[in-house]
Design a protein around this ligand. Structure first.
Ligand code: ATP
Length: 971
């Protein structure tokens, strides 16, 4: 059938009512107006896309914005602000009321927007990892994004795929799907391509249909798509299952706790201020304030003090820095799927990595073919490309039999291209591609040979079995050289069927009772077994991936499609050794892990000798390292495994279920584990690990769905880079917590002390405090959140995940800097107050603005002029914080050793903040708003000089840390 030139108006009819599972294959494809061999034409697919819309589930389960708003407003710190607003309202303080309410509103709006954007960003990240689908269009198989699928498309499904839309099977090769997401049934269901008679079947019983969102766990199949997007069964129930996952990170949760502590702290100090104020009133009485407004004044002070404790900018800064961190990780090829991973990465102590493709390049090339004692080096053959029409001659025909068998038990696709210095390209599994390419160089082209060896059955490769078998009808003669032809005749003449098997040599030896020895079939003796094992060990020791190859002539096909019977008692042919070079950047990444206190563990299905050779080469283990193999692990109790898991860094010949036990044991002994995985069966281990890492290129869709992070280049070095970013994020969060809370402490000291001195009013108003906490502290804090990794980021141990954020000298820093800040501002303020220093625009001020005279000018008529002291406190507190921010660029190193331009944001933030702050002193608008007064240049300079004290104190603290006098250990 041509690609539907006569497609009906609505090719799918009323798809909701069509019982596809009751129809025969022919009527299905007829109804869908598609030729399964050709697929849809591009034009028709485009038309149908217009008609049916993209294959997408529309998210209706998003969080209700009112709920988000409610959560924002009931945050403890917002409650403090609301309380402060209420008091201001009662006391008629309109400016304060407006300011506080603006902050509450801005915070709430920002909170809602941020939550919404975070949700969008995560969706976008997830869709970057969304699966591609292999679809047949215009007669060719190609990969398209799954949202472009339309009803009538013919897709190829294989183990590991997440089914992208609903469809009817038109071919099934042992396909099994796991449909728990729809039916709750966790056992995989075997799928067939035949029609079902009963027209009243539930989803779980429609064994010739596959459904969107279910997983192919075994085999492969060809599917005609019957419904896409919201018309799929998943789409119909999507609104029911879309649950809200708030994805708070551990740090965000801990920040919530910090918020609660700050809430109690602010309420307590406000009460304390009330008590101090009341006691003062009792003793000093109205001498200070006069009768009127005395209580109001005390209340207002309490409000200012409560507000001073609340770090208004903190929640926004944490969210922004996590979001930016996720972006930075993406730039380094690590795509975060679950936000908590961003910071857990900084705590990883063990990275368990697959070997193939992650530590190695997954660029496989056959190097050696070893046939019963004869070894052939294929390197020269594999290095050159061949002009069209030419192929190489085999040095020995035995090699040819190996290559025929290896190419038939093989799912890769070989194509002649003749471009970019290539003769053939191979698609599919690299191990299989390597063998098919070697065969092609000798003129044994896979698809041509498949006309002779017609595949009728198979047992697919699985990591558990570590081998695959295909069963064929023999139909004619293989197009090959005469010599090879004769050799093949010797093997295949007079037989109608044959099974080919390739896999891990130990597994192949287990199923063979005979050997192909120079053209003769002989019994497999212990001597042969020993010879094969020795040859295998020799190749593995060179770091080669070794596969055994076997065949079995069959008189008849196995009954009931029991294909695995076909491989029993096979004839062993030989071994192929495949090179898969280690990735060049991995060696350095492994070395970095060593200095960073992260242990690298290799977990592979490959042979222990191959695994160890590569692990040694990469610096993961030394010569005498212990290797644990899957079989031994199987025998061990969990208790025994926990005992060895700290010492073993190479696990070989393991199956996915062993990975799960390894992760559990590592976690039991207190490790924070990142684990890579690519197969369907790796999903449980990925979920169990603290950070499940899936591979973007070679990973199955199922593994990606289970993972916390997807590595876009499949490269181990990227995991290490991501963990460095994780540490940097945590460093930055600590940086601005230090910064913001020290400032609050300084303000609190100033306020509480002045509240305790009867003769002095509070130097800072509620408005000024809000301004400082939000603007002059908030802007530099944001810039500190993007500081680059510190020099020692990967030269120290990982952050213990549950350690309090205040460990490692953070609490100490807050107290010291808070004290220096508070005492400096206060000391200067009190001196100015007592000295009666007057502001530059004081009515009775007589000196020039340029005068260094700090004031203390008597007013002629005995009035007190406008005093400068509280403006000086305000400005000193804010300017000190600029130096503090700059010094905090490193927790440990002197800032003089850092390049000032590497955090330009901070430079801009500081310049802008200083400019804005100076304008609060000199612009009349701000004077009115904040009650500030212009300072003389002398006063301003004095504030500037005193503002350096905090910077000096922080640099001194760091010096003492570097000398070891002060500790900065977090563990
Ligand atoms: P890793 O877990 O590091 O990715 P791996 O890829 O070597 O390891 P598996 O894919 O489970 O692990 O392979 C295990 C063994 O199975 C290999 O050593 C090889 O002998 C054999 N093998 C691998 N791929 C195939 C295949 N396509 N067909 C047959 N045998 C294979």
């Amino acid at each position: 059938m041509a690609a539907n030139p006569t497609a009906p108006q609505n090719p799918v009819g009323n798809e909701q009512e069509t019982l596809w599972y009751t129809l025969t294959k022919d009527s299905v494809i007829d109804k869908l107006s598609v030729d399964p061999g050709q697929g849809l034409s591009n034009d028709e697919a485009a038309k149908r896309l217009q008609q049916y819309g993209p294959n997408e589930i529309i998210d209706k389960g998003a969080k209700n914005p009112l709920l988000i708003l409610w959560e924002q407003l009931t945050d403890p710190l917002v409650l403090v602000l609301l309380g402060a607003a209420l008091v201001s309202a009662v006391l008629g303080q309109v400016k304060e009321l407006i300011a506080i309410m603006s902050i509450v509103v801005i915070n709430a709006v920002l909170g809602v927007v941020q939550e919404y954007r975070a949700e969008q960003a995560m969706q976008a990240l997830k869709s970057m990892a969304a699966p591609l689908v292999r679809v047949r269009r215009n007669g060719k198989v190609r990969e398209i994004e799954s949202n472009k699928l339309v009803p009538g498309d013919i897709i190829l499904v294989e183990t590991g795929n997440v089914i992208p839309a609903d469809g009817r099977l038109v071919e099934s090769a042992n396909l099994k799907t796991q449909e728990a997401s729809l039916t709750g049934e966790s056992e995989a269901v075997e799928k067939y391509d035949t029609a079902l008679e009963d027209d009243d079947l539930g989803i779980g019983d429609r064994v010739n249909m596959v459904y969107r969102g279910t997983n192919a766990t075994y085999g492969r199949g060809t599917v005609a798509i019957t419904a896409t997007g919201m018309k799929t069964e998943l789409g119909k129930i999507a609104t029911l299952i879309q649950e809200v996952d708030s994805q708070l990170t551990p740090l965000q949760k801990r920040m919530g706790e910090v918020g609660r502590v700050m809430f109690y702290a602010s309420v307590s100090v406000a009460i304390l201020a009330l008590i101090i104020g009341s006691v003062e009133t009792l003793f000093v009485g109205d001498a200070l304030f006069g009768d009127e407004g005395l209580f109001n004044e005390i209340l207002l002070n309490a409000v200012a003090i409560a507000v001073a404790v609340v770090p208004e900018g903190l929640p926004a800064v944490v969210t922004v820095s996590l979001a930016l961190g996720t972006q930075r990780m993406l730039r380094r090829n690590a795509l975060i799927r679950k936000l908590p991973a961003t910071e857990t990465l900084g705590s990883v102590t063990v990275i368990c990595s697959d070997k193939t493709g992650t530590l190695t390049e997954n660029r496989m090339t056959v190097k050696v073919v070893d046939v019963v004692g004869e070894s052939y080096d294929l390197s020269p053959v594999m290095q050159k490309t061949l002009p069209k029409g030419q192929h190489l001659s085999l040095s020995d025909q035995l090699e040819g039999v190996m290559l025929v068998a290896g190419t038939m038990a093989n799912d890769s696709i070989v194509e002649r291209v003749d471009r970019n210095n290539q003769d053939y390209v191979v698609q599919g599994d690299p191990t299989e591609g390597a063998i098919a390419l070697a065969a092609a160089r000798y003129g044994l082209i896979k698809h041509e040979m498949e006309n002779v060896f017609v595949r009728v059955g198979e047992v697919p490769f699985s990591s558990e079995r570590k081998m695959m078998t295909t069963v064929h009808d023999i139909n004619g003669e293989i197009p090959a050289d005469d010599a090879l032809q004769r050799e093949l005749d010797r093997v295949f003449d007079n037989i109608n069927h044959v099974a080919f098997t390739k896999g891990a040599p130990d597994r192949i030896v287990e199923i063979c009772n005979r050997v192909w020895d120079h053209g003769e079939i002989k019994e497999m003796t212990p001597q042969f077994v020993e010879r094969i094992e020795n040859d295998n060990a020799k190749l593995a020791n060179e770091g080669l991936r070794v596969l055994g190859i076997a065949f079995k002539p069959l008189d008849a096909l196995p009954a009931n499609d029991e294909w695995s019977l076909a491989e029993k008692e096979s004839v062993f042919i030989g071994l192929v050794g495949i090179i898969d070079p280690p990735r060049p950047e991995v060696k350095e990444a492994v070395a970095t892990c060593k200095t960073a206190g992260i242990r690298v563990v290799m977990i592979t299905g490959d042979h222990p000798i191959t695994a160890k050779a590569i692990a040694r080469d990469l610096g993961i283990v030394g010569d005498n390292a212990k290797t644990l193999i899957g079989k031994d692990l199987q025998q061990m109790s969990d208790e025994d495994l926990r005992k060895v898991v700290k010492d073993v860094s190479v696990y070989a010949r393991v199956s996915p279920e062993h990975k799960l036990r390894i992760v559990r044991a590592l976690k039991d002994v207190g490790e924070i584990v990142a684990m890579t995985g690519d197969g369907v069966n790796d999903a449980p281990a990925l979920k169990q690990a603290d950070i499940g890492v899936a591979m973007s290129i070679t990973g199955t869709d199922v593994s990606k769905e289970a993972a916390d992070m997807v590595i876009l280049d499949d490269n181990f070095a990227t995991i290490v880079a991501a963990s460095e970013e994780g540490r940097t994020i945590y460093d930055n969060v600590r940086r601005f917590i230090k910064y913001l809370l020290a400032s609050n402490t300084g303000e609190l000291i100033v306020l509480l002390v002045t509240q305790g001195i009867p003769a002095i009013p509070l130097p800072l108003s509620t408005l000024q405090i809000l301004w400082m906490n939000l603007i002059t502290d908030g802007v530099p804090a944001l810039a500190l959140g993007v500081e680059q990794s510190e020099k020692n980021t990967m030269n120290r141990d990982p952050y213990p995940p549950n350690a309090s954020v205040f460990r490692g000298g953070l609490g100490r820093h807050i107290l010291i800097v808070g004290l220096v800040l508070g005492v400096t501002a206060l000391g200067m303020g009190l001196t100015a107050f007592n000295g009666g220093w007057q502001a530059a625009n004081s009515a009775c001020y007589t000196g020039s603005v340029w005068s260094l005279n700090l004031g203390n000018v008597d007013c002629a008529d005995g009035e007190t002029g406008v005093l400068a002291w509280n403006t000086m406190v305000f400005i000193t507190l804010t300017l000190s914080q600029m130096g503090h921010a700059y010094a905090l660029r490193s927790h440990r190193e002197s800032v003089f050793t850092l390049n000032p331009l590497t955090n330009r944001f901070l430079l801009y933030a500081l310049l802008i903040t200083v400019a804005v702050q100076i304008s609060t002193v000199y612009l009349p608008f701000f004077n009115n708003l904040f009650g500030t007064n212009p300072l003389t240049i002398g006063q301003l300079l004095l504030c500037l000089v005193l503002s350096t004290f905090v910077f000096i104190a922080v640099e001194l603290e760091k010096l003492l840390m570097r000398r070891g006098t002060l500790s900065d250990e977090i563990a």
